[in-house]
Write a protein that binds this ligand. Structure first.
Ligand code: SF4
Length: 364
């Protein structure tokens, strides 16, 4: 086995990213085979349990309330609705359900209690449960773990330097703190980012430095290609080239060898040949379902056809780590603390975010 290193430097990662492509692919594929079955790919279904109306200003996100996009918002789904969707996902080959809520951070109270009940319900369906709910405190992470949460997603998005060019309503250090809070439980960490937001290759390497130097490294790393949505500050960004995607996947595989590298947003822009190259380069997870929160995604049947064509098999649940036990609400060891944590609010000005906000105001 190649060793897992936690001391990668930006220069080393850039050297890997910029290798001649065939050498990069060969190295990544070799490491991939040492740590994973190359014919198995994890299939996750992403479910937006609360859409739109988010107070944050993430420049890539159509769910931010301050931008004018044609996203239809919805309140928190019911446990029964979520259960029905999870069963559908299970029958079409997904082993994991990832529930996303457009929140800045988790707030104790009835809505969080409802999410905890969703976690219990899906875990009892013998599926891995992941949540992406924004920033969480240690107590909230512990309550999620107790309900049977398998993974918590919290993306770093980009390098620490470029993060400031995309988001002004919270700091990079909040991301790290939330990951740290999740690490105080037995819940696995899912954290990755987005390419194609106008960042430099150095920023992509910087993000991989931040992820690979976490100890332990995240158990999954989603690599998203920006889907530029009209009305968002990043609406005019050029689509990411497949070559950049392949290089990013291969480099991630080399520096974070044991993780599940997930092809996430932007897959509709990729051909099957392009996706096959990503699987060869070390991607071993995809998001399934016709929508990724709010942006389009390939049809589940299309994905299963592609799997057949490439000889890939969906991964069974709980292969990497045992299924967590679910503790019922009435037996919980943890209290609703009603915490009001002070997450940072840098509020520096990002010109393109301001422009998109003014444009939205004028349209309202
Ligand atoms: S990415 Fe998440 S936190 Fe940022 S605006 Fe969208 S929903 Fe809100």
């Amino acid at each position: 086995m190649s060793e897992v290193r936690h001391n990668w430097t930006k220069e080393e990662i850039l050297d890997i990213y910029n290798k001649p492509l065939m050498e990069l692919l060969y190295e990544a594929a070799t490491i991939h085979r040492k740590h994973h079955d190359p014919n198995t790919v994890q299939v996750s279904t992403l479910l937006s349990i609360k859409t739109g109306g988010c107070p944050e200003d993430c420049g890539y996100c159509p769910q931010a309330a301050r931008y004018h996009t044609d996203i239809e918002g919805n309140d928190l789904m019911s446990v029964q609705q979520v259960k029905a969707q999870a069963l559908r996902a299970k029958s079409s080959g997904s082993s994991r359900v990832c529930m996303g809520a457009a929140w800045r951070n988790v707030k104790d109270g009835p809505e969080f209690d409802q999410v905890l009940e969703m976690v219990r319900t899906i875990n009892k369906l013998d599926m891995e449960v992941c949540c992406t709910l924004g920033m969480v405190t240690e107590n909230q992470a512990k309550r999620l773990a107790e309900a049977g949460l398998y993974a918590y997603n919290h993306n770093l998005d980009s390098s620490e330097e470029y993060y400031k060019e995309v988001i002004s309503t919270r700091g990079f250090e909040d991301r790290l703190e939330t990951i740290d809070n999740v690490r105080k439980t037995n819940v696995t960490v899912c954290s990755g980012g987005i390419i194609g937001m106008g960042e430099k290759v150095e920023d992509r390497a910087g993000m991989l430095v931040a992820l690979s130097t976490l100890n332990p490294q995240p158990e999954s790393v989603p690599i998203n290609a920006l889907v530029a949505v009209e009305g968002t500050p990043l609406e005019d960004q050029e689509p990411v080239s497949i070559w950049d995607m392949v290089r990013m996947v291969a480099t991630t595989r080399i520096v974070i060898p044991e993780t599940q590298v997930r092809l996430s947003a932007g897959r509709t822009q990729m051909t099957r040949e392009g996706q096959a190259m990503c699987f060869f380069a070390g991607a071993n997870s995809i998001f399934a379902g016709d929508k990724l929160l709010t942006t389009p995604n390939p049809d589940v049947n299309e994905d299963m056809e592609m799997f057949k064509l490439l000889g890939l098999n969906p991964q069974k649940p709980f292969i990497k780590k045992m299924q967590p036990q679910t503790v019922e609400a009435e037996d919980s060891k943890y209290q609703d603390l009603g915490e009001k944590p002070k997450w940072t609010r840098p509020d520096h000005k990002i010109d393109r975010n301001e422009e998109a906000k003014q444009k939205a105001k004028a349209l309202k």
